[in-house]
Design a protein around this ligand. Structure first.
Ligand code: LCS
Length: 390
């Protein structure tokens, strides 16, 4: 997809169901059920042999508009919107894995995803092996004949490590394994994992896709076959459906995804450069900086480097003092909001990890995660400058 195309797709994708009085914005179908003209048609809709809807857990026209948008933005055949990002991840994994399968997962993952693997997936007879996602060359050694899937996140939460999706996909496919990528930090504006060979992309739409900190949602995108498995085998029995109004809010967020991401990318680059030059900051993790270990890969693989930065202060005390001193930037978890957000990782999003787990995930006591918003970058830098003086 060319530059021009993705900006246009973001604005127009998924619009225009034919019978909505010409409304340019997709209507919110606040309906849990849909009537049938007759028994034969009702049966055909249930069998998936005729287009249409029957019950809100299995789909809704507003949800379908969002799903068409995300499929087009990611370049996938189909999508399934869900009640949260964790629901999308869980449905994707459960749709793909069978008892007795082997799963290879990146060592460093968002904490709740890691907990899903350790506490829900592994105890149900799926063996989980880990590999360092920044070293694609290590993957081959952990793959086995029974490896069903490789699960990745890029860039990673919170340390912004970058995975070579194309290389991982070619190694995984050669061994007969599928590749699932959490693209939350990048969004389809900055990275399109399916075009690099991934089989499924999952997102927390709570973040950049919605973009305004006013909803919780998720989405998975991939082949019709995999998305059908997630919807008909997993959504049907587990039920984490997206509400019609939430689907509408995400769809509205997508309309401005390209302009927001351009500003997030630009602002974060400037903020990362400012932080890297500051004497009180020990280290900055941002894929756009030449000092990032996978900078060249990120340049090759991503349209922009994203709005997320991690940086290290001398210790937990200095980090806490900084997050307590910002005025414009909000002290909060989550990310991808139009407003800038900051958090102290080891005592917040990564607090459920043991000290050892934090260390091996690169979450040092002084680590701060900054979600750079779309405000005037001079004001963001000004706020950090005054907070770093305290
Ligand atoms: N994937 C990534 C990369 C995430 O960062 C999150 C949430 C999820 C999935 C889960 O999505 P949710 O169910 O929340 O929509 N990350 C959060 C974080 O870093 N702080 O608060 C939530």
């Amino acid at each position: 997809m060319t530059e021009k195309r993705i900006r246009t797709v973001a604005v127009h994708a998924g619009s225009a169901p034919g019978d909505s009085f010409g409304a340019l914005s997709v209507p919110i179908y606040q309906a849990s059920l849909f009537t049938f003209p007759n028994a034969e048609e009702g049966a055909a809709i249930h069998e998936g042999e005729a287009p249409g809807y029957f019950y809100g857990r299995m789909g809704n026209p507003t949800q379908a508009a969002l799903e068409r948008s995300m499929a087009e933005l990611e370049g996938g055949e189909a999508a399934l919107a869900t009640a949260s990002g964790m629901a999308a991840i869980a449905l994707a994994l459960l749709a793909v894995l069978e008892e007795g399968d082997h799963l290879v997962a990146q060592a460093s993952l968002y904490t709740s995803t890691a907990a899903l693997l350790d506490e829900i997936v592994a105890p149900r007879s799926v063996e989980v092996s880990r590999f360092d996602g920044s070293r694609a060359e290590d993957l081959e050694a952990v793959l086995r004949p029974d490896t069903r899937a490789v699960y990745l996140e890029t860039p990673t939460n919170p340390t912004l490590s970058v995975v070579d999706v194309e290389r991982v996909a070619s190694i995984a496919h050669a061994a007969g394994a599928l590749v699932i990528v959490d693209g939350t930090f990048a969004t389809p504006f900055n990275l399109r994992p399916l075009s690099l060979g991934a089989d499924l992309v999952v997102h927390s739409a709570t973040k950049y896709l919605g973009g305004h900190g006013d909803l919780v949602a998720g989405v998975l995108v991939g082949s019709q076959e995999l998305v059908d498995a997630a919807r008909w085998r997993m959504m049907r029995v587990l039920g984490p459906v997206i509400a019609p109004h939430t689907a509408w809010l995400v769809q509205r967020g997508l309309r401005t995804l390209a302009v927001r991401m351009e500003r997030h990318n630009e602002n974060a680059m400037r903020v990362a450069e400012f932080l890297e030059a500051h004497p009180n900051v020990e280290r900055v993790h941002y894929p756009g900086l030449a000092s990032h270990p996978q900078h060249e890969l990120a340049r090759r693989q991503m349209r922009g480097f994203g709005g997320m930065i991690a940086f290290e202060m001398a210790d937990a005390q200095a980090a806490k003092r900084l997050v307590d001193s910002v005025r414009l930037i909000s002290l909060a978890v989550s990310l991808g909001d139009v407003a800038s957000l900051i958090q102290h990782s080891s005592s917040m999003t990564q607090s459920s990890l043991t000290a050892d787990q934090q260390r091996s995930a690169g979450v040092n006591p002084g680590l701060i995660r900054l979600s750079v918003g779309i405000e005037d970058v001079a004001d963001i830098i000004g706020d950090l400058e005054q907070a770093l003086r305290t």
